[in-house]
Design a protein around this ligand. Structure first.
Ligand SMILES: [Ca+2]
Ligand SMILES: [Ca+2]
Ligand SMILES: [Ca+2]
Length: 459
């Protein structure tokens, strides 16, 4: 019944449009959707509203500033079986769930930060060769689809290929807007993009490790492959501002601005001396342990080597306030969060290997949120030496501003449910929804298992 199904989806979208503004005013469940064309059942729309409540709850959490990872990553108290409202004897609840890389049989109850993944741009796409079933051909096709030119890579595909399809379309030749857009690229399938997790519930279900016995195709092992979407993103960016939200100062720019940053005078003098020789910095981390011998104006005059004065004790301050970017208004895309990226992502980054990625994951386990506020902890905790830090620092961040969540709203007694996937952005203060889709058609993602005490109290 494809027509009827489409009708239901359109109706659901209409409901969301009609009520989204009212949700913010906190009148959830006091609403009756007054749309004559709507065919979705009343309980279905209640489930939809419950799912939206979960999304709003998560966004509200980030509205007041930094939230420690421990609070949003896996927090059953905040995100599992949360009662939203009771109406006509039914308890409407939501659960926010995600893949738990440490346990394929249970989801975790929390969000996923997009900066914990690799940005899908034409540069970093090459890091993905050999990962998540990405072949040379798939990477070439991805790069061609993303890069601005129409020159076909060795085994890629450009405009002429897409123009020959029926119906024809054009490659993006720019940044992707959704992960699903990958499915438009030559060679990409649902298996490549979403792996074995056919129902996107983050759990290895029985049909996801039985090979080809039932859909989807899988490798029959007990590890849930979450596909390219598990390690790559299109939604990771941050503004070039310090921890107080002020624009960072360009170390290669106006020298007067360097004087007012509270940096040690030794460091400011060093930067000025280096700049006076016509030299520029490639990244603020270059200052770490740096020395420089200014050129002597005459052969007989010996000039002493000078030091930047930057070491592990003040590196965090230096990285917080300085940049080499000239256009501070444009967000920086694709930095990877050293505090949240899993080992399988870290190991793919330029300058990393398995050993370094493992040491970082081990070292961060017991660090305080305060310590984790800068990537400088890599040096402070002796995870890397100065030289290694300077090599890897340009692609790293200690912050995340975009969060993905999957949320199911459900009636605890009837089992009526609705599941949504969303991404919101907090890089400009108030949370902003940048992506949303209804994934209810993939089935109930998590078992409905609500505390009987709670249900008993309703009677
Ligand atoms: Ca291209
Ligand atoms: Ca699954
Ligand atoms: Ca299967």
């Amino acid at each position: 019944m494809p027509l009827r199904r489409h009708g239901t989806i359109i109706s659901a979208v209409l409901i969301v449009c009609a009520i989204a503004a009212m949700l913010a005013a906190g009148v959830l469940f006091a609403i009756r959707a007054q749309t004559s064309s709507v065919t979705a059942s009343r309980s279905g729309s209640h489930a939809y509203l419950a799912a939206w409540s979960g999304l709003n709850e998560a966004m509200a959490m980030f509205n007041s500033g930094d939230v420690p990872v421990a609070e949003w990553y896996d927090n059953p108290q905040l995100f599992q079986n949360r009662l939203v409202a009771v109406e006509d004897g039914e308890a409407w609840c939501f659960t926010i769930y995600a893949h738990n890389p440490l346990d394929n049989s249970q989801p975790r109850f929390g969000l996923t930060d997009e900066a914990s993944k690799i940005l899908l741009d034409d540069e970093s796409a090459k890091l993905l060769i050999g990962e998540a079933n990405m072949t040379d051909e798939l990477v070439d096709c991805l790069v061609d689809y993303l890069d601005e030119d129409d020159e076909t890579s060795a085994v890629g595909a450009e405009r002429d290929y897409y123009a020959s399809l029926e119906p024809p379309y054009l490659p993006r030749n720019g940044p992707l807007e959704t992960v699903e857009e990958l499915l438009l690229i030559k060679g990409f399938s649902g298996r490549i993009v979403f792996g074995e997790d056919f129902n996107l519930n983050g759990v290895l279900d029985s049909n996801e490790f039985d090979g080809d016995d039932s859909f989807p195709p899988d490798d029959r092992n007990d590890v849930l492959d979450t596909g390219l979407a598990g390690i790559a993103t299109v939604n990771a960016w941050e503004y070039d501002v310090d921890s107080q939200g002020r624009p960072r100062v360009n170390i290669n720019g106006d020298v007067a601005e360097l004087e007012n940053l509270g940096l040690p005078q030794e460091t400011v003098d060093f930067i000025l001396a280096y700049r006076q020789a016509g030299k520029t910095f490639s990244h603020p981390s270059q200052l770490l342990g740096m020395t420089y011998r200014p050129e002597s104006p005459s052969q007989n005059l010996e000039i002493e080597e000078i030091s930047s004065g930057v070491d592990e004790s003040n590196l965090a301050q230096v990285l917080d306030v300085l940049t080499v970017r000239t256009s501070g208004r444009q967000p920086i895309r694709g930095l990877v969060n050293i505090n949240t990226a899993p080992q399988r992502v870290l190991r793919l980054l330029k300058g990393f290997d398995d050993d370094l990625a493992g040491r970082i994951v081990d070292a961060r386990r017991d660090l305080s949120s305060d310590k984790k506020s800068s990537i400088a902890w890599l040096v402070e905790e002796n995870v890397v030496d100065f030289e290694k830090f300077k090599e890897i620092a340009p692609v790293l961040t200690a912050r995340s501003f975009q969060f993905r969540l999957r949320c199911v709203g459900f009636g605890a007694k009837t089992g009526s449910f609705c599941a949504i996937e969303a991404v919101f952005d907090v890089s400009q203060g108030r949370p902003r929804l940048v992506y949303m889709r209804d994934i209810s058609r993939l089935g109930l993602p998590v078992a409905i298992d609500v505390d009987q005490e709670m249900l008993g109290a309703m009677r």
